[in-house]
Design a protein around this ligand. Sequence first.
Ligand code: PMP
Ligand code: GLU
Length: 396
Amino acid sequence: MLSKKALSISPSPTMAIDSKAKEMKSRGIDVIGFGAGEPDFDTPLHIRDAAVRAIEEGYTRYTPVTGNLELKEAIADKLKKENGLIYDPAQIVVSNGAKHSLFNTLAAILNPDDEVMIPAPYWVSYPEMVRLNDGIPVTVETSENNFFKITSADLEKAYTNKSKALILNSPSNPTGQICSEEDLGMIAEFCCKRGILIIADEIYEKLIYGNYRHISIATFSERAKELTILVNGVSKSYAMTGWRIGYTASTLDIARVMGNIQSHATSNPNSIAQKAAEAAIRGPQACVEEMRIAFDQRCKYMFRRVKAIPYLDALEPHGTFYLFVSVAETVNKMFKGQLICGSDDFASLLLKNRKVAVVPGTGFGAPNHIRLSFATSMENIVVGLDRIEAFVNELE
Ligand code: PMP
Ligand code: GLU
């Protein structure tokens, strides 16, 4: 009765953990959620006001399929000013969240059995989206000892004559690591030499800590820009996850095909949310910095606490709002007589016994890690870490 392809897709574990924590909370259970990959802040007032205005002014009809011109101009101006990239608004496609932008991108470029290289640990949805679009996800293994950096040897190993694209996510969900200029140069050269498309997911570009900075891989050369489909959105930077606005910047050819697909799948993204996104991108940016500073403080605290807990280890995140914690040393230990075989057991025992929701690393291609989101209040972070510490101290 059901499609074989659809049946082969597993549900998003990040979404599943978040729903589970929310459901437990609604039943009155005192659960701390470190699962959600979404800012806990409200959407800034001037952005909400723009949406209210849009409703009141009757901006409630279909817009052009790929977004209205004002928003696309705002995005093109942002890409020029902040990323040093010149795009015509016709090269921008606005969709229902960056997730939808990624999906449209893959739908636009993949033929059956094309391979897409995905560095691990990766965001949970990449391999499933590739499969849904009839492609084959090929993992590029990296090593934590090398800060999860992508090396040319790793790329070389994953490359075949069927390789069509590489998905690059810097800052990375889940590791919080950022590609250096040198890393990006090597990746750009590798892809340019072989004509591999680069899907550059830059959704966390504004959430960066310390002296690190974000560089768009499309800036490396004209050829790199031609091969890049830049993906971004307003969800993470402006606390706008529910508004569902993401976008791509690419060659005109790719943008056109994506627009055709979108015209049959969803039509335009929400007209009111487009007005809100325009206010976010064009408006004052102080709100972004305020949220970034709060994330930075939480990040430092969470990292310091986790490093002090026996058997747990982590690299310091330089971006995003995730701490990726190795639980490898807890494998084969017991909690109240129950064996921990990997992060799935760790996460489920922790949730059941100590009421802390974390995302097991299995879906990220890292079965001995868990992901903790610090997009929650400092009070929650303190209590959640106390509980994790108590849980680990009970392992034998
Ligand atoms: N890429 C990454 C790496 C993400 O973590 C997310 C968060 N869901 C997205 C894309 C999609 O974001 P959204 O659809 O909310 O714009
Ligand atoms: N990107 C977020 C996360 O990784 C939100 C959930 C999702 O879209 O998968 O948790």
